[in-house]
Design a binder for this molecule. Structure first.
Ligand SMILES: [Zn+2]
Length: 254
């Protein structure tokens, strides 16, 4: 049954994807599938939202330098870098920071604009690590992010006690702020990100030397794995690493 279905779909879909780059097609299809509450599909190079909004994807445009895409990302750019789920195989390659390239227009529409007071009404309080050190944190309800974070918390509470020091206190979730080097809103501005205990964390700009950024991480993978299972990506897999940071980015993982 499954084989014949795949054959039929393959025969029908193959000619349609030939005129445009396959990578952009696949990436944008993943984007649509990742946010079913908000997105209905693609109309050629246009992303269509459930409320009828249409947004240019930038599919088919040539790749630009990383620093340019970081500050002015199209939706196709947002899907260019692959997030490597699972145990890290080594430090991230130069400028491989999957998730840092984000379309601000896309996330502001989805989660609200905190600069206009548009994010708070979509949040609810989640209790971080209630059995270890309870801490109330505001988290967006869009895409069930608050509920997904509660599933993460339930799993983290089951980890050995020696790992809890990495988790508490959390350095926060919602913060209407921009990212230092881009000036664009961070995922914290949408209440769709969380930082662990800053005392055991490493951040690229703290270590920045001339030229390459020396990679450093102390967060055990047992913690990362729990977040990845709920489709939160980890800043420890970025060349511009931020090892206390997790954000809900289902289009890049799962
Ligand atoms: Zn963060």
């Amino acid at each position: 049954m499954a084989v014949s279905r795949r054959t039929v779909l393959g025969a029908v879909l193959a000619p349609a994807i030939l005129p445009r780059p396959a990578a952009a097609e696949v990436g944008l299809a993943r984007l649509v599938a990742a946010y079913p509450d908000h997105l209905v599909g693609l109309d050629r190079d246009v992303l269509v939202w459930t409320d009828g909004t249409r947004m240019e994807t930038g599919a088919g445009r040539p790749e630009r330098p990383f620093e340019v895409m970081l500050r002015d990302a199209t939706l196709a750019d947002q899907m260019r870098q692959t997030y490597p789920a699972g145990p890290p195989v080594g430090p991230p390659g130069r400028n491989h920071s999957p998730g840092r390239i984000r379309s601000t227009a896309f996330f502001v529409k989805m989660y609200g604009d905190c600069r206009m007071g548009g994010a708070g009404r979509r949040q609810r309080t989640v209790t971080w690590m209630p059995q270890t050190r309870p801490q109330p944190l505001p988290v967006t309800m869009e895409n069930d992010v608050a509920t997904r974070l509660e599933r993460v918390i339930a799993e983290l509470e089951r980890l050995p006690d020696r790992l809890k020091a990495y988790l508490v206190p959390s350095a926060g979730t919602f913060n209407c702020r921009t990212v230092a080097d881009t000036g664009l809103l961070s995922m914290h501005a949408y209440a769709a990100a969380i930082d662990l205990n800053v005392a055991h964390s490493d951040y690229w700009s703290w270590a920045r030397a001339r030229g390459d950024i020396p990679y450093r991480n102390r967060i055990p993978f047992a913690i990362v794995e729990v977040f990845e299972a709920q489709r939160f990506i980890w800043g420890g897999k970025w060349y511009h690493y931020d090892t206390m940071h997790f954000e809900y980015r289902p289009e890049l993982i799962g």
